[in-house]
Design a protein around this ligand. Structure first.
Ligand code: DC
Length: 224
């Protein structure tokens, strides 16, 4: 039985984190935790409740009475907001283009980070996000910073969208990804940055399986 370590995977949008993290978690029989989904859930509810997303206090007030639940399932992690399954809804273009603004609020991050730390407390987790190695799980046994060129990431999002029936152009996706990278890396509160003790994994020319195998090899080395 594999020792129940914590694996932190950070990186920009479209680097392949969630797809690869899911495979790694499954192979190790660990729990996969997609922290981006939590920021998306807050954004989704904020939009529905007509809250100004720049208003950190109003969002915090809303979040204090909101229940966000993550449930592992056959189709991957399901996300519930106040009991409603929002797993699909939080992937809409509207949520995607507004989530960086919500994720920039330090007070919102504080609440979600505490939830994330609680979820990972017993180990046996693969957690993906932007600040997992630098803030959420500073003691994680394995830290990966995953990236790929903007062109490749836009191409992947495009194929993803086609599969999900969402219309988009590669050019607009490239712009959107570049903007989100900029907002996520330049914000003051826990910006996207590679932790000193994280290993860099460039997935530009790797298949999903190759990237997953690379991480699994590192995980096994860590638990020998
Ligand atoms: O990984 P994703 O695209 O679902 O993430 C959505 C947004 O949430 C992303 O633009 C940045 C933010 N995020 C964050 O700030 N910290 C995390 N740990 C995860 C996501």
């Amino acid at each position: 039985m594999m020792k129940k370590i914590q694996i932190a995977i950070d990186g920009p949008a479209g680097a392949g984190k969630s797809t690869i993290a899911k495979i790694v978690a499954e192979a190790l029989n660990f729990t996969y935790i997609d922290t981006g989904a939590m920021y998306r859930a807050v954004t989704y509810k904020g939009i529905n409740e007509n809250i100004q997303l720049h208003d950190a206090e109003a969002l915090e007030k809303m979040l204090r009475t909101t229940t966000i639940t993550l449930k592992p399932s056959e189709q991957g992690q399901l996300v519930f907001v106040d009991g409603e399954n929002v797993s699909e809804a939080i992937r809409s273009n509207e949520v995607t283009s507004n989530v960086s603004q919500v994720a920039a609020h330090a007070n919102i991050r504080e609440i979600l980070v505490a939830m994330q730390q609680q979820l990972a407390a017993n180990g046996g987790v693969v957690m993906d996000g932007r600040d997992i190695a630098t803030h959420v799980l500073k003691e994680a046994e394995l830290k990966i910073f995953m990236s790929a060129t903007v062109e490749e990431r836009a191409h992947r999002r495009y194929l993803d969208n086609v599969r999900r029936g969402i219309t988009s152009t590669i050019e607009s996706l490239q712009e959107e990804i570049a903007l989100r990278d900029k907002l996520d890396s330049e914000r003051e509160a826990s910006p996207l940055i590679q932790a000193e003790d994280a290993l860099f994994l460039d997935t530009t020319n790797l298949s999903i399986d190759e990237a997953a195998q690379a991480i699994l090899k590192l995980a096994h080395e860590k638990t020998l």
